[in-house]
Design a binder for this molecule. Structure first.
Ligand SMILES: Cc1ncc(COP(=O)(O)O)c(C=O)c1O
Length: 398
């Protein structure tokens, strides 16, 4: 049986990681990683997580399964973060939430739900999008299409082209939108663009599918939820997937959720039972530890305030590094205007340089980024920013 399997080439980003680890240069810089890093290059455990973890640990008296839908306190906390309190969809009892193993688990459960509802469902992904969207959604049987999103030359969202494509999506199909901090391009929708998109989805019966993996890391917890809240107010059906990997720094604990908004309570109950049934069929029960930590943080005023402070610190660091790098590149008089890096949000941006220039950065300057020229701005710090700016300016010159 196993003879029929063909080898799958390793993930390109993992390949760069291997090269980076093998590089002995003391001045090497890794801008390829997919996780947040602090000034010292660490991906720390947040203090609020440490404290909540201690409390969870000492209160825990059993390792029996949590329910299929996960920790109810976690699910309530996530709903409130996503929708804000008093949102009509929540008040009307039209939101079904299931705790999932990370945002990836949420995407998978959501994809299976859409496929179960209609095996012909097509989902449109932004061009570009997070590469893992493809296998996650395809494995559920969904048919995937693409809509234009990022204009690589103008370094901005090509909203006209996006709107034109969404306007041609058929009723009942779905458009996957990054809630904020677009991965990989960092270019987010403005509030006016969210409104225009809500109009289009409403007019054409398109179901918004929002991947919300970075709440709190663009403009702040509330502002980042603008699109999610608007869509859930305007559209009868919305699928939202949240991740606590980045904003709680809980990557390996695998904490996320899928929240589905339905037109009425009766359909909400049907959706909830299907979500649980799908989760049961994929992994049976979600892991507990990370969700218990998040539930603890969100239900304790002191811990929540500490989390919000720590999240704000990460957000301000990312945005500060964006401005710093753009300024350093401007000082070097590069032929390319990099001010877009300061305007984009989240961890990722495309530098917009060629594959050859990316390779030169790696081979001559020990600066590692993925071949698409995507950088993780969190890999920059006060010690390496001048070196990185010099290296980019050098490869642009020759
Ligand atoms: C756009 C996007 N969606 C979802 C995820 C899922 O993250 P996780 O499964 O670690 O929660 C990520 C992680 O990098 C992401 O960038």
């Amino acid at each position: 049986m196993l003879d029929t399997l063909k080898p799958i080439p390793p993930d390109a980003i993992l390949g760069i990681m291997v090269l980076y680890r093998a590089d002995q240069a003391p001045n090497k810089v890794d801008l390829s990683v997919g996780v947040y890093q602090d000034e010292a290059g660490r991906t720390p455990v947040l203090e609020c997580v440490k404290r909540a973890e201690g409390e969870v640990y000492s209160a825990e008296d059993s390792k029996t399964y949590v329910g299929i839908a996960g920790n109810p306190g976690f699910n309530r906390g996530i709903e409130e973060l996503l929708f804000g309190s008093g949102h009509p969809a929540l008040a009307d009892g039209r939101v079904a939430t299931v705790q999932t193993p990370g945002g990836s688990g949420g995407l998978s459960v959501a994809a299976h739900l859409m496929h179960r509802a209609n095996p012909d469902t097509r989902v449109w992904l932004s061009k570009p999008s997070w590469p893992n969207h493809l296998p996650l959604l395809r494995l559920a049987g969904l048919r995937l299409e693409h809509y234009p999103y990022y204009d690589q030359r103008a370094k901005r969202v090509d909203f006209e082209a996006m709107a034109d494509a969404v306007g041609r999506i058929g009723s009942g199909d779905s458009v996957l939108i990054h809630g904020c901090c677009h991965n990989p391009c960092g270019a987010d929708l403005s509030q006016a663009q969210w409104q225009a998109l809500a109009d289009l989805c409403e007019r054409h019966g398109v179901v918004p599918f929002i991947d919300f993996a970075y709440q709190g890391l663009a403009e702040g917890l509330e502002d980042d939820a603008y699109g999610v809240r608007l869509m859930a107010e305007r559209l009868p059906e919305v699928v939202i997937v949240a991740s606590c990997s980045k904003n709680f720094g809980l990557y390996r604990e695998r904490v996320g959720a899928v929240c589905v908004v339905s037109p009425d309570r009766e359909r909400n109950l049907r959706v909830a039972s299907n979500l649980s049934n799908i989760a049961r069929g994929i992994y049976s029960m979600p892991p507990d530890h990370g969700a218990a930590i998040v539930a603890r943080i969100l239900s304790d005023a002191g811990l929540k305030a500490l989390w919000m402070e720590e999240l704000e610190e990460m957000r301000l660091r990312l945005n500060g590094l964006r401005t710093l790098l753009a300024d350093k590149l401007a000082e070097r008089g590069t032929s390319t205007d990099f001010s877009f890096v300061a305007n984009e949000r989240g961890m990722f941006s495309f530098l917009g340089i060629s594959r050859e220039q990316v390779i030169r950065l790696r081979e001559e300057f020990h600066v590692y980024l993925v071949e698409s020229s995507r950088i993780n701005v969190a890999g920059i710090n006060q010690r390496n920013v001048d070196y990185v700016a010099d290296a980019i300016a050098a490869v642009l010159q020759a």
